[in-house]
Design a protein around this ligand. Structure first.
Ligand SMILES: [Zn+2]
Length: 242
């Protein structure tokens, strides 16, 4: 097969994070964490034209996907005070486990269909259609059981983190600590700004002082020249009298 190039495709990937506010369902502590996601986008430049537009559309698509992913993002973020993981976070991860299991079931479906179609278990079920149907049902039931088992095993509030790890949980901080941290950062920024303004003021003053010295010198020089000229004039006035 010969591939004929018909244009270039551009892809963009943008990372982003968003602050998520949570209220603990056990101790009512308000806390925050940052959800991080990546958005991917594609753009195509037909006949190698409009490369800039293709790049822009890839970036735009990536940005939109990123925003959607951040909107929906739910991470396992335990309460910083009591360690409780909110029920909706556990539910979101269980849904994710189900999705992965469904994807795996879909991948395994083809070999199951092929094996049953080509006669695995023919001695038990001679009819091909029935064999394929039974194989499919068995595969779906088996994968559903695996998904259910893994989803039920995952219960972080009972110390069961599988299939995730404790360290994959998001770091959290109480809203109060976060606000205090922001206030400190704000104060530092204000201080830096004030220092910069002071530096600029000092620079301006120094320049003005230097300029005024220069002006003074120039003035003195002019006066000196004027005096010399006046002296010379006096001298030339006197000379004819001698
Ligand atoms: Zn709590």
């Amino acid at each position: 097969m010969v591939l004929i190039p018909i244009g270039t495709s551009h892809s963009a990937s943008i990372e982003g994070m968003r602050l998520k506010e949570v209220c603990c369902e056990r101790c009512r502590c308000e806390y925050i964490y940052f959800a991080q996601r990546t958005g991917q986008g594609q753009g195509f430049a037909p006949l190698f034209l409009f490369q800039g537009a293709a790049e822009n559309s890839a970036e735009k698509a990536a940005y939109e996907r990123l925003q959607k992913a951040l909107d929906k993002a739910v991470d396992i973020a335990p309460c910083p005070q009591c360690g409780r993981v909110k029920e909706f976070m556990v539910r979101a991860k269980r849904v994710a486990i189900w999705q992965v299991t469904a994807a795996a079931a879909f991948v395994f479906l083809l070999p199951v269909l092929l094996f049953s179609a080509f006669g695995v278990g023919k001695s038990y079920v001679p009819d091909t259609v029935s064999r394929v149907a039974i194989g499919t049902v068995m595969e779906v039931v088996l994968m559903a059981a695996v998904g259910a088992a893994v989803a039920m095993v995952f219960s972080p509030n009972d110390g069961r983190y599988f299939p995730f790890f404790r360290k994959s949980f998001q770091p959290t901080v109480t809203a109060e600590d976060y606000r205090a941290q922001l206030a400190v950062e704000h104060e530092q920024q204000q201080q830096e700004l004030a220092e910069r303004a002071e530096q600029m003021r000092q620079n301006k003053e120094r320049m003005e002082a230097e300029n005024s010295v220069k002006r003074e010198r120039a003035k003195a020089r002019k006066e000196e020249e004027a005096r010399k000229m006046a002296e010379r004039a006096k001298g030339s006035n006197r000379r004819p009298q001698v």
